[in-house]
Design a protein around this ligand. Structure first.
Ligand SMILES: Nc1nc2c(CCNCC3CCCC3)c3[nH]c(NCCc4ccccc4)nc3cc2c(=O)[nH]1
Length: 379
């Protein structure tokens, strides 16, 4: 984490731009977030398989908490009673939480969406829960999140234009209610509006403009990375970005692969989150400067080389591929832990390189060189 900001407020500072790419930092009372930023996902109050000092050492300035999981177990009120999420999981940097609607639609069994909110049954114990814009903001406040999300409805793609329009307009009404409910929270915290609209440019523009008029401190682009091809995702970012204020951060939700990150930064995205680095780490898939390496593959069985001897991350530099392959074959916990650590570090290093390249006005070269490294593969 960079030197702590004396600020007790939330703000965004742009340091440099290179085409549509931007670099700068978000200031929060719990410290600065250097952008473009990759935010590791800490679903149930842990970045799976890592200690938080490894997360910090890898270069992460902020982590995500999961409203949906934490409201079900151990419960938002219980986390608040225990001092809030920062104390609970011993992370003193900024925390961003999602509103929970997306997770309800993808994880819970029985659910009903209405104007009021979404009711659903817990996948943990089957209990009924009601999630309204007001309750979602209350839960995020109880967790103590520094950056919170409005409750929204994300439609899977492909979908009909009518479906995309209905969900986008509902999300706009929920944006108003979420923002109003948020006003009771302590200074220094922020709530983001979430742009929806499926793959329909006109709906995307209407959503972005309406949210910009509500003057949110930051904006998320939702409804993407839900099954559409990368070119559709990138086209929607190009459609939306010009209608969002340049002096507010833009967070692309749930994205993505290293290639997704570089291409989205080029189109004006400042913040990302994805389970990819840790989920892939549990499936023996390492992301490196030489591309993806599947450590299940027998070709690694006698390879004494580390994943990347030039890295300053022990997981990338100090362990042979043969050892990682062995751990994976034996289904040892340490295999998933080391590869997750390597992946979190790789994603942070990818964003650090992007920030430096944008500041130096050579982002296009950075992207080309990085992709060449992936294509050259694992010599
Ligand atoms: N509110 C909201 N959240 C969305 C999310 C969740 C973002 N991560 C939240 C964290 C908070 C804690 C947990 C996650 C998304 N995630 C994705 N794609 C993930 C795609 C993916 C799936 C599995 C592996 C890799 C990629 N699209 C998303 C769209 C939205 C959206 O419109 N609204």
């Amino acid at each position: 984490m960079t030197p702590d900001t004396p600020a007790d407020t939330f703000s965004f500072t742009l340091s440099a731009t290179d085409g549509a790419a931007r670099t700068g930092y978000v200031s929060t009372p719990r410290g600065r977030i250097r952008t473009p930023a990759f935010m590791p996902v800490g679903t149930v109050a842990t970045v799976k398989g890592l200690y938080f000092d490894q997360v910090r050492a890898a270069g992460a300035d902020i982590v995500l908490g999961n409203t949906y999981h934490l409201m079900l177990r151990p419960g938002a009120e219980r986390v608040a009673k225990l001092g809030g999420l920062h104390t609970f999981m011993r992370w003193d940097g900024p925390i961003l939480t999602d509103s929970g609607g997306f997770q309800v639609m993808s994880l819970s069994s029985l659910r009903k969406m209405s104007e009021q909110g979404v009711t659903f049954r817990s996948h943990v114990d089957g209990a009924y829960h009601e999630m309204s814009p007001e309750r979602s903001v209350e839960i995020q406040g109880l967790l103590g999140a520094d950056i919170q999300m409005q409750l929204d409805e994300c439609v899977r793609l492909p979908c009909t234009d009518e479906e995309a329009e209905r969900a986008m307009r509902l999300s706009l009404r929920w944006a108003e209610r979420s923002k109003r409910a948020f006003e009771t929270q302590p200074k220094g915290r922020a709530i983001f509006g979430i742009v929806q609209g499926g793959a329909v440019p006109a709906l995307r523009v209407e959503s972005a403009r309406a949210l910009a008029d509500m003057d949110f401190p930051g904006y998320s682009i939702g409804g993407l990375a839900v099954g559409e091809p990368q070119e559709v995702m990138l086209a929607m970012i190009e459609t939306v970005a010009p209608h969002l204020p340049t002096n507010k951060p833009r967070y692309l939700m749930g994205v993505g692969t290293p290639d997704d990150l570089l291409e989205s930064v080029a189109r004006g995205i400042d913040m990302f989150d994805c389970v990819m680095p840790t989920r892939s780490g549990r499936h023996a898939l390492a992301f490196t400067r030489f591309g993806r390496i599947n450590l299940k593959n027998a070709r690694h069985a006698e390879d004494p080389r580390p994943l990347d001897e030039e890295s300053d991350c022990p997981a990338l530099r100090d362990y042979s591929r043969a050892y990682l392959h062995h751990l994976v074959r034996c289904e040892e916990m340490l295999g998933a832990m080391l590869i997750s650590w390597a992946n979190i570090h790789y994603y942070q290093q990818l964003m650090a390189g992007a920030r430096a390249a944008i500041a130096a006005g050579r982002y296009a070269d950075y992207v080309a060189q990085t992709k060449e490294g992936w294509a050259r593969g694992d010599l």
